[in-house]
Write a protein that binds this ligand. Structure first.
Ligand SMILES: NC(=O)C1=CN([C@@H]2O[C@H](COP(=O)(O)OP(=O)(O)OC[C@H]3O[C@@H](n4cnc5c(N)ncnc54)[C@H](O)[C@@H]3O)[C@@H](O)[C@H]2O)C=CC1
Ligand SMILES: O=C(O)C(=O)[C@H](O)COP(=O)(O)O
Length: 384
């Protein structure tokens, strides 16, 4: 059997399940991710971060760190080229919380459909960025019978297929959901992908939802355009200068949240577990722990539903975006420095939220349950 080396691991204090997954490797120390410095890492072999730590030569050049993991999907906070040049191992957690982001989008859209009295079946949903998040959103929407328009130039360049241009999505989509990474270089940079030139082209009465990265939309331009377009409905989970938030833009949103779309316990612990597996691989050790061994059981387990068409009730039971919206709005009028701290606090103290699949729906009667299956719930009964 390969011996486990004694390593010093420094991790963001907001990473869950660190002890069961990483204590076996040696000394485990946590600190606040946003204010992490080279001094915190002076004896670290391994660094585990979330999206709020900028990982670059500035942080790491005088440290012994040999492996960096980010328990997130996004990697725009990590200078991967520099890590590669230095021979420092790196892993992110692709797809770890993709289902949670999809559930944020579905819950938000169901709420808006209920309030504004429209049917999602009558709407075309444009998905910009059709990767792990956008692709799973596509699957669930299509299984629910909802029309989708897909925009993903990098995939289109490789695969061809049924993709459309951003212009087409802006013109035709009733609902536009952004799920691209934040990139500033390359053939298809996403920084300010939506800006003063193209935002005015959003369809009349469109819903614009961003649960990707804040700077993918020019927030100042969005504020200006949305002030002259009262027909637009905005759902923003991410902000251009977070943790600072433009209060006027947040006020203009139907749903505004502090970057929590992916914040299910399942998504977060899956991210930590993926880093555990990556570190084992880096050290050429067998990964002995399965995700199920560190994921606690869900407290809300079963719901009996008699009307399988009611999608909002189970969705709200698992995740109500207005709970987070209300908590967020209470922080907006604090002095600027306190507002930024409150943004991080809301995220650090985020209440337990689970994925739809942890809720078993027992469907009474013989109603067809396909919309609930399509949403991602664990369904039984009703001819399911
Ligand atoms: N709000 C939140 O809590 C969360 C936000 N995210 C963000 O969502 C992003 C997407 O996540 P995944 O789908 O898992 O990433 P992914 O890498 O699986 O997919 C991204 C897709 O965007 C496409 N893309 C790249 N440039 C594009 C462009 N200019 N126009 C259209 N499409 C473009 C890529 O080809 C790819 O298919 C992450 O990079 C992260 O920044 C991820 C998780 C949680
Ligand atoms: O996975 C990603 O990418 C995300 O956006 C995470 O949900 C962000 O969470 P933090 O790393 O900022 O806690």
């Amino acid at each position: 059997m390969t011996a486990v080396p004694h390593l010093t691991i420094v991790a963001d204090e907001n990473i869950p399940a660190l002890v069961p997954l990483f204590q076996r490797f040696g000394t485990l120390r946590t600190c606040a991710g946003r204010s992490m410095t080279a001094e915190d890492l002076k004896d670290a072999d391994v660094l585990l971060v979330r999206s709020v730590t900028r990982v670059s030569s500035e942080l790491l050049k005088d440290t012994p760190v040999r492996f960096v993991g980010t328990a997130t999907i996004g990697t725009d906070h990590v200078d991967q080229e520099w890590l590669h040049q230095q021979g420092i191992g790196f892993s992110s957690a692709p797809g770890c919380n993709a289902d949670s982001v999809v559930e944020y989008v579905l819950s938000s859209l169901l709420q808006l459909a209920f309030e504004q009295r429209f049917s999602l079946l009558d709407k075309a949903v444009g998905i910009v960025g059709v990767g792990n998040v956008g692709g799973r959103l596509q699957q669930r929407l299509q299984a629910m019978g909802i029309q989708v328009l897909l925009c993903d130039p990098p995939r289109q360049a490789v695969e061809g297929g049924d993709f459309v241009s951003l212009d087409h999505v802006l013109k035709e989509a009733d609902i536009l959901a952004l799920h691209t990474p934040l990139t500033r270089e390359g053939d298809w940079p996403t920084y300010h992908l939506l800006n003063a030139n193209n935002l005015p082209r959003l369809k009349q009465n469109a819903v614009l939802l961003n649960a990707g990265r804040g700077p993918v939309i020019d927030n100042a331009a969005l504020l200006a355009v949305s002030q002259s377009r009262p027909d637009l409905t905005l759902v923003l989970d991410v902000w251009e200068h977070e943790p600072a938030v433009d209060v006027r833009l947040a006020e203009r949103c139907a749903i505004a949240t502090p970057h929590i779309a992916g914040y299910s316990l399942d998504g977060k612990i899956r991210g930590t577990w993926m880093l555990y597996k990556a570190l084992c691989e880096h050290l050429q050790l067998p990964a002995e722990l399965e995700l199920g061994e560190v994921l606690p059981p869900s407290t809300v387990r079963e719901l009996r539903v008699s009307d399988a068409e009611d999608l909002l009730t189970p969705a709200r039971l698992v995740f109500d975006p207005y709970r987070d919206d209300r908590a967020f709005r209470k922080t907006l009028y604090l002095p600027a420095d306190e507002q930024r701290l409150a943004f991080d606090r809301l995220r650090r103290e985020y209440p337990e939220r689970r994925e739809y699949c942890t809720l078993k729906l027992v469907i009474e009667g013989d109603r067809v349950s396909s919309p609930l299956w399509a949403m991602g719930f664990d369904c039984a009964g009703g001819g399911a």
